[in-house]
Design a protein around this ligand. Structure first.
Ligand code: MG
Length: 166
């Protein structure tokens, strides 16, 4: 029987003094980048956790611990590819993802087409199944002061057409 599941992912990273700033797999011109063990792509991390959550496979911190030197400075797109592969092993494919990024700066909307172009092939979906939005917190709190960026994502997964045992 066909089955679908939904998952939620949330992530935050703090700005540091140096770049690059990588969001949705795209390098964005900005004075500083986000701090993290990997490339700190907060948007991709939220998407990964949404996918992992939908399949109840844990979370990024569990699968790719920041104490593991193999993941230092790694592109989060490679983590996303790994996550999608784990879902496929369980017989799951991605139906769609939708994410919102909360950032005081920089302006992200101009970069969304490039992000969707980068993410869709890894997710195995058409670009119109990758929803991306940006908003601010109206100056409130740490995100409002631009101390970092936060991302929220949801993902819908479904049983693959020829998944094992499904
Ligand atoms: Mg993260």
């Amino acid at each position: 029987m066909n089955e679908a599941r939904v998952g939620l992912g949330i992530d935050f990273h703090r700005f540091g003094p140096r770049g690059p700033l990588v969001l949705g797999g795209v390098h964005i011109p900005h004075d500083g980048g986000l701090l993290g063990h990997s490339d700190a792509d907060v948007l991709v991390h939220a998407v990964c956790d949404a996918l992992l959550g939908a399949a109840a496979l844990g979370d990024l911190g569990l699968l790719f611990p920041d104490t593991d030197e193999r993941y230092r400075g790694v592109s989060s797109l490679s983590l996303l590819a790994d996550v999608v592969g784990r879902l496929a092993e369980g017989g799951w494919s991605v139906a769609n993802v939708d994410a919102s990024v909360v950032a005081a700066f920089p302006r992200l909307a101009p970069h969304f087409p490039a992000m969707r172009h980068a993410l869709a092939p890894l997710l195995g979906v058409a670009e119109d199944r990758v929803g991306l939005k940006a908003t601010t917190s109206e100056g409130m709190g740490a995100l409002g002061r631009g101390e970092g960026i936060g991302a929220w994502a949801v993902a819908l997964i479904r049983t693959a057409e020829r998944g094992p045992g499904r």
